[in-house]
Design a protein around this ligand. Structure first.
Ligand code: PHE
Ligand code: NA
Length: 493
């Protein structure tokens, strides 16, 4: 078996980890989550979740990935043979995300070009749903393929393929060394423009003005925890995989903290930028902020184009915004895909080139379903189930297995022996008590919620097919994969 690939430099690793963390979630998800959950008050549960779950788990994943030197299935196998399925579970969740995440990046790529002549016109909402996506009547009505999305998705899968194919150092590290500085530069330019707009201050003020009544609402807390897991890419097999490529002598604790803080700093700046622009829109149209903010997908592809139309040099800033979504999205897409490919390479002893080629081909074919006219509905359903069950349950199981059934302190001591600074036993407490309690609560609340009420009133059969079956299929398949013969077992024979 070939020697495990390695990062070339420490900064290369950090940029790759940051590249995974910073994604579509930072630019459109964070601002609307904050908006929906009490504005400035959201920052309190958000930072609480960052300190008690986000940072402890990122350090845990960096620690075990480095110590056990494997993709998620191999790492969990090395920790305790029978836990291999947990690694597959996480990798499969990542796989499902990759097939729809790439489609959102493809929308963004289209919008970057549309921005050049403000192709979304004066009514971006109608344009997005009717003209661009040609949305059908519901998830069971697929309609045909939407060709501009299809074309962009081919390009995005091709870029992902070339980067993965070229390996850890020559592909992933190099790509992030280009994408990340560019992304920071784009954000900086947009930020300077946004904060100097008339009315920007009101928008930003809104983002930071705490509504303390929101803190008493448990949903604000679960939203904050969900956002932290999503934004840091933890419990997705990714950070374990990336840290398994670290050289033997590598810092763990400081790298983990840096990744987390750079990511959250980026979110805050992106939030300031977005709300500055929205504040300007509210001021020039003389409407209240809450009347213009929509949620989720609509934030990036409807509200932002509306706001861009009102800016000076709208073509230029519209282009920058959607280009930044593409860069942010691609570097996350690469990490999701690498987590899956690395699992296959470890398990079956395949070579990188055929594995990445096969992966991108299969991934592309599955992502076709999200490029149809019913694609947005399916994406919405799958994303909801993946977030509520895939991530929350996989995270809960990971934390419980590693902190209750395994000597967690060995990981802390291992990380401390390698790191610039040591972490104290507060870390154990966060992982053993705080995180399982919160995640356990979320898991039950989500389950009850989705059983009681059809998500967004969708048709039951669509929810079964694109939601429940996907989640159950992932769990089932992870046990099947565990039972298959491993290349790593032959090695020790
Ligand atoms: N962390 C990325 C973001 O904020 C999203 C992501 C999710 C990346 C899952 C990898 C895996 O958008
Ligand atoms: Na993120």
């Amino acid at each position: 078996m070939a020697k495990r690939e390695q990062w070339g430099t420490r900064s290369g690793f950090i940029l790759a980890a940051v590249g995974s963390a910073i994604g579509l979630g930072n630019i459109w998800r964070f601002p609307y989550m904050a908006y929906d959950n009490g504005g400035g008050a959201f920052l309190i549960p958000y930072f609480f979740a960052l300190l008690t779950a986000g940072i402890p788990i990122i350090i845990l994943e960096f620690g075990v990935g480095h110590k056990y030197r494997g993709s998620a299935p191999l790492t969990f196998f090395n920790i305790f043979g029978k836990w291999e399925w947990l690694g597959w579970w996480q990798a499969l969740v990542a796989f499902v995300i990759s097939v729809y995440y790439v489609v959102v990046i493809s929308w963004a790529l289209n919008y970057a070009f549309l921005a050049l002549d403000l192709g979304w016109g004066t009514s971006p909402e109608r344009f997005f749903f009717d003209e661009f996506l040609q949305l059908s009547n519901g998830p069971m009505d697929l309609g045909g393929i939407v060709w501009p999305v299809f074309a962009a998705a081919i390009a995005m899968w091709a870029v992902t393929w070339i980067i993965l194919f070229s390996g850890v150092k020559k592909g992933i590290e190099l790509a992030n060394k280009i994408f990340m500085p560019l992304l920071f530069l784009l954000l900086l330019i947009m930020l300077v423009r946004a904060v100097t707009l008339e009315g920007a201050a009101q928008g930003i003020d809104w983002l930071f003005r705490p509504d303390f009544s929101a803190i008493a609402d448990y949903r604000v807390w679960t939203a904050a925890y969900g956002q932290i897991f999503f934004t840091l890419s933890v419990c997705f097999a990714i950070m374990i995989t990336y840290s398994s490529y670290l050289p033997a002598k590598s810092d763990i604790n400081n790298n983990g903290m840096m990744t987390a803080f750079i990511n959250c700093g980026f979110s805050l700046l992106a939030g300031i930028m977005v709300f500055g622009v929205l504040g300007h829109m509210a001021a020039t149209q003389d409407v209240a902020l809450h009347e213009i903010v929509t949620q989720g997908v609509g934030m990036a592809f409807v509200t932002i184009p509306e706001a861009v139309n009102l800016l000076p040099a709208p073509e230029f800033f519209g282009f920058l915004f959607f280009l930044s979504l593409v860069f942010a999205g691609l570097s996350s897409m690469i990490s999701i895909s690498e987590a899956c490919c690395s699992s296959l390479i470890d398990k079956f002893g395949w070579d990188r080139k055929p594995t990445t080629s096969l992966f991108c081909l299969v991934g592309f074919m599955l992502s076709l379903i999200f490029m149809t006219r019913g694609g947005l509905f399916i994406l919405d359903i799958t994303d909801h189930f993946i977030n509520n069950f895939g991530i929350v349950f996989a995270g809960l199981v990971e934390v419980i297995l590693l902190s209750w059934f395994f000597k967690l302190d060995t990981v802390r001591q291992y990380a401390n022996s390698l790191s610039d600074f040591a972490i104290g036993t507060w870390w154990n407490f966060c992982l053993k008590v705080i995180t399982p309690v919160v995640l356990g609560y979320m898991a039950v609340a989500n389950l009850v919620g989705d059983i009681r009420k059809n998500y967004e009133g969708y048709d039951g059969s669509a929810l079964v097919m694109f939601g429940w079956c996907v989640v159950a299929g992932i769990v089932l398949l992870s046990f099947v994969l565990q039972s298959m013969k491993s290349a790593w077992a032959q090695k020790t024979k």
